[in-house]
Design a protein around this ligand. Structure first.
Ligand code: PMP
Ligand code: GLN
Length: 381
């Protein structure tokens, strides 16, 4: 393993999901739903397979049907216009989009300011690009970014801001004022912005605002999303990038040599999914909102301090009221103690103290599963 990958080992998601399987625990760790997405979208994938659409290498930028659907989605939801031919790129999930964007846009030694806790692939990809991560630490109880601190973190070596809203694992949704302040800073200091918006359809209060829509931002922003979360097909690994022709071409260059192209038949199905009526997206959000409250209330009753998220399908808790100090130890012992798996937020922090007592649970599970998990966690005390 080269030095850039020192300390990256096995992802916490692989470790905790393996622990869930080995112990037969309820897995509220890794974020994947236990119910698949819409039947008609699955049927669309089957049809594409049967009709031989996408069974051989699809076009490098993604199949035209999907690029057109992504472009239409950005226009319909946010009023953002992207040319499907030059300003949209299909990737192997948001994960590849993040990797390709960072590899394409960073020089060794460049600084990247990112919201800490970081989704785990950010620190790995920044390291693989030979760049340096500079954390803007989000702190309990509200995890709002300190914008003065953000300003002070930008140096002449800062190349880009890496954003994630709704934010995994805290559930923070950046407000319009925060986004405006961040955008103004990016324009003033001539920074690129890479924004991970995979939870764009899981905002429970207010609305999702893409930073690319703010003044001066379209030309400096690479926006990333994926079908995994929005349509409950995390195994399909269909993601995408939107941005200017120059930025998208740069990301495409890196993507070409990472995976060349992304799996074909699923792209046709996701094109149909993106065209689903608003009732699908509204229903999806309402279902997860109900589950958020079920799990958040259950965890609070079980003695956790709960930080109810504004978005995503994760709820972060503090385990201190249970007489516990260390989330990593807690998550390693939890399966044996009560048959539930969760994720310790500490692994997403450089500032280990800020994350030590925090533990994340996902609520993208069936109601009976969440109720069973809450019962088990209630018996902890
Ligand atoms: N970014 C964030 C913030 C995530 O939580 C995830 C997990 N879905 C990803 C990126 C990766 O997305 P995908 O599965 O589409 O690669
Ligand atoms: N995004 C998912 C989570 O945060 C996991 C994705 C993965 O396993 N890489 O739980």
């Amino acid at each position: 393993l080269n030095r850039r990958l020192d300390g990256l080992g096995t992802t916490i998601f692989a470790e905790m999901s393996a622990l869930a399987t080995a112990t037969g625990s309820i897995n509220l760790g890794q974020g994947f739903p236990d119910t698949d997405g819409p039947e008609e979208v699955r049927e669309a994938a089957v049809r594409a397979l049967r009709e031989g659409r996408g069974n051989q290498y699809p076009p490098g930028p993604g199949v035209p049907e999907l690029r057109t659907a992504i472009s239409a989605h950005q226009r319909r939801r946010y009023g953002l216009d992207y040319d499907p031919d030059t300003e949209v790129l299909v990737t192997a999930g948001a994960t590849e989009a993040i990797a390709a964007a960072l590899l394409a846009l960073l020089e060794p030694g460049d600084e990247v300011v990112a919201l800490e806790p970081f989704y785990d692939s950010y620190s790995a990809c920044i390291a693989m690009a030979g760049a340096v991560r500079v954390p803007l630490t989000l702190r309990a109880p509200d995890f709002r970014p300190d914008l003065d601190r953000l300003r002070s973190l930008v140096t002449p070596r800062t190349r880009l801001l890496l954003l994630n809203s709704p934010h995994n694992p805290t559930g923070l949704v950046l407000s319009p004022d925060e986004l405006t302040a961040i955008a103004e800073l990016a324009v003033e200091r001539d920074l690129l912005v890479v924004t991970d918006e995979v939870y764009e359809h899981l905002v429970f209060e207010g609305a999702h605002h893409p930073i690319a829509a703010l003044p001066g931002m379209r030309e400096r922003t690479v926006s990333i999303s994926s079908a995994g979360k929005t349509f409950s097909f995390t195994g399909w690994k269909v993601g995408w990038v939107t941005g200017t022709p120059e930025l998208v071409a740069a990301v495409r260059t890196a993507k070409q040599y990472l995976t060349y192209v992304s799996a074909g038949p699923f792209q046709y199905a996701v094109a149909e999914a993106l065209a689903l009526p608003d009732s699908y997206f509204d229903g999806f959000r309402a279902d997860l909102l109900h589950k958020r409250d079920l799990l958040a209330d259950g965890l609070a009753a079980a003695g956790f301090r709960v930080f109810r998220p504004g978005g995503t399908y994760f709820v972060t808790t503090d385990i201190t009221p249970l007489g516990e100090q260390d989330g990593i130890e807690f998550c390693r012992s939890l399966p044996e103690r009560c048959g539930v798996v969760a994720i310790p937020n500490a692994v997403f922090y450089d500032d280990v103290d800020a994350g030590r007592p925090l533990v994340r649970f996902t609520f993208c599970k069936r109601v009976d599963v969440l109720e069973d998990a809450v019962d088990r966690l209630t018996r902890l005390r």
